[in-house]
Design a protein around this ligand. Structure first.
Ligand code: NAD
Length: 344
């Protein structure tokens, strides 16, 4: 079957990353014809890569050789661009966060349904190796039944770029990194959410959040702490996971970390009290060596082109999308709840 001809709308950081790093050109499934960007400077850079340069959105939308567009522009423009593209019969890959809110997303999904075109959101961090490890140990109960998930990304560079500082463009870290971590969480835990509490940080003085912490309780009893920080000069682990039989830590994207699990050995001596500060504690003493085993994190293989391979099959063979619009909608519902909870 023939490759899908793409035009990329928004040749900035992520638009160019798609073209040069993730669109699987080599096996001809996806063919990038050209780019459209409102910035002349970005278009100049794109032309150096021999892409066709579109000078207006109309030019993209009226090009009958184009079957699909990638939308990689600031968040506030996703809705209108997606609707216009779908209405002229293009399939759409849209960057995250899909839209600014649920209402906007529903408008897009209505048009996708009416036109029958494929609309898929690039929730790429479902294939992050650290997340795949978490998913593997959760599914296989390698630390027993998981009951607490702590997922954090932390930097010290503040909010990056220009439009990410502005409310009208959908800036802020909840919509930026938050959407990734929340998508991972909902993809992992198959249970309804019972309670959400949250706090957004405005410590850098921007009109949008420079980070947040949310505490989520699922109906099945799992608790999750999700944290995004841009003012952290030293980090906490990327993942801290507690199960009924052990605890796992994934330190960072380098996948360092370990699982400490109950050895299951009987008749083990109770932990001896240790000196702690100016006091003594048995409660906080480390478990004795025989009581636990240190186990390596599960090995996984990460595939970087899963998204586009699947997109191709969805368009050409009516396969199930790996990122379903209903899942994307649930994440947007949760984001709205987090904004509300933070106000409360
Ligand atoms: P960016 O500012 O680097 O690039 C955006 C580009 O869009 C700019 O070149 C700008 O000139 C252009 N643009 C703006 N409005 C336009 C319009 N109406 N039509 C055409 N071009 C337009 O931003 P970015 O970091 O590339 O982010 C773009 C999108 O990608 C955002 O939605 C962001 O959340 C998402 N993103 C996703 C990931 C991921 O891992 N999935 C990573 C980074 C960014």
């Amino acid at each position: 079957m023939t490759a899908i001809n793409f035009a990329v709308i928004g040749y900035g950081g992520m638009g160019s990353y798609h073209i040069h790093n993730i669109m699987p050109n080599e096996n001809e499934r996806i063919h990038v014809v050209g780019t459209y960007d409102i910035s002349g400077e970005r278009q100049k850079i794109s032309s150096q890569h021999k892409h066709k340069i579109y000078h207006s959105l109309e030019e993209v939308l009226t090009d009958e050789t184009i079957e699909a567009v990638l939308i990689a522009t600031p968040n506030d423009s996703h809705k209108d661009l997606a609707i216009q593209a779908l209405k002229v019969g293009k399939h759409v890959v849209c960057e995250k966060p899909v839209t600014m809110n649920v209402e906007e997303l529903d408008e897009v999904l209505k048009v996708a349904k009416e036109t029958g075109q494929t609309f898929m959101v690039h929730q790429n961090r479902r294939w992050d190796p650290d997340f795949l490890i978490t998913r593997e140990l959760y599914k296989k109960q390698q630390i027993g039944e998981l009951f607490q998930i702590e997922s954090r990304v932390q930097g010290a560079n503040g909010i990056p770029g220009d439009w990410r500082h502005e409310l009208k463009h959908g800036g802020g870290m909840l919509l930026d990194w938050g959407v990734h971590l929340l998508d991972q969480l909902l993809f992992l835990v198959d249970s309804r959410i019972e309670k959400v509490s949250a706090d957004l940080s405005y410590i850098l003085g921007d009109e949008v959040d420079n980070g947040f912490i949310t505490y989520i309780i699922f109906e099945n009893g799992i608790r999750a702490i999700i944290e995004v920080g841009t003012t952290n000069y030293t980090k906490l682990p990327r993942w801290y996971l507690k199960g009924t039989q052990g605890t796992a830590v994934i330190q960072d994207w380098d996948l360092s970390g370990e699982m400490i699990v109950d050895s299951g050995k009987k008749n083990i001596q109770a932990p001896k009290p240790i000196q702690a500060g100016v006091g003594l504690t048995k409660t906080m003493a480390p478990p004795s060596e025989e009581a636990t085993e240190t186990v390596a994190l599960p090995k996984i293989t990460a595939e970087y082109d899963t998204f586009y391979k699947n997109f191709y099959k969805v368009v050409r063979e009516q396969a199930e999308p790996v990122v379903k619009n209903e899942e994307v909608r649930q994440v947007m519902v949760l984001i709205e709840e987090i904004f509300k909870a933070a106000k409360r």
